[in-house]
Design a protein around this ligand. Structure first.
Ligand code: MF3
Ligand code: CO
Length: 254
């Protein structure tokens, strides 16, 4: 049973276990896609695997037809920030590729993202990926009762800015449950100690998007793909995290 706290839908233990199932599906499929990333593969190859893996598990796509988005997977290469669309584009050595994937199973959504290297990448690209991964881990560490929402935001922001990178402000993380996007929004910038109090039963999709250059983004003519305005590289990691009495429970971690 769910109950509403303000506009935020808190989840019971049973509901969190259902969210866990959906998120395990997401994590397993992401792991599979990650394992095939190499120079020469096309991004539509990955989309096809997502589609068949969802079918095999009797799960539905979280993204396909969401606000008209036409694919199961978001795949964003190099300066693409988020919502890149699968295509005949061939990945090449030195690219970085962000894979964002979601599933609906037994009434609940799962959502996660990773950025992975294609072959050998530059030191700067490696640092960007590692910084964004660390930003997510530090954010997860503070996703617990006693803290406030912007402690999560500030953890992401400081991790990125301390090494001279910037956080994207145009997109945010979100609550997740029977809907892909629920309250509250989870920005990647903010002030420690500000925002709503974190409570047991909140489930948040925390998703740092970090640019090697400036924070500004623009949407391409396809109406979906967000790219950095200055052409700099961008990385994206996401986990769906439940707040329990024992601290953060990373639902999308295998
Ligand atoms: N994980 C992203 C999000 O939470 C992707 C969803 S957008 C979609 O916003 F349209 F592709 F579904
Ligand atoms: Co998300």
């Amino acid at each position: 049973m769910s109950f509403v706290d303000g506009t935020i839908i808190l989840k019971s233990k049973d509901e969190i276990e259902k969210l866990r199932k959906s998120n395990i599906i997401v994590a397993e499929i992401l792991e599979k896609i990650e394992s095939i990333v190499r120079p020469g593969i096309t991004t539509i190859d990955m989309e096809k695997i997502c589609e068949s893996e969802l079918k095999r598990r009797k799960a539905k796509s979280a993204f396909k037809n969401y606000r008209g988005y036409p694919y199961n997977l978001c795949v964003s290469v190099n300066d693409e920030v988020v919502h890149g669309m699968p295509s005949k584009r061939i990945l090449k050595d030195g690219d970085i590729v962000s894979l964002d994937f979601g599933a609906l199973y037994d009434g609940f959504y799962g959502d996660a993202a990773v950025t992975v290297p294609v072959g050998n990448i530059s030191n700067k690209a490696t640092k960007l990926i590692e910084t964004t991964r660390t930003a997510l881990e530090r954010a997860i560490d503070v996703t617990r009762t006693g803290n406030r929402l912007q402690d999560i935001s500030a953890a992401v922001q400081s991790t990125a800015e301390d090494v001279g990178f910037s956080v994207v402000r145009a997109f945010v993380g979100h609550g997740i449950g029977r809907n892909l996007h629920e309250s509250p929004q989870v920005p990647n910038f903010g002030m420690p100690g500000k925002g709503l109090r974190l409570k047991v039963g909140m489930v948040l999709a925390i998703e740092p998007m970090v640019n090697a250059g400036g924070s500004d983004v623009r949407i391409m003519d396809d109406g979906w793909t967000a790219v950095t305005k200055d052409g700099s590289l961008s990385a994206h990691f996401e986990h769906s995290v439940a707040i329990t009495s024992n601290g953060p429970y990373v639902l999308s971690r295998l």
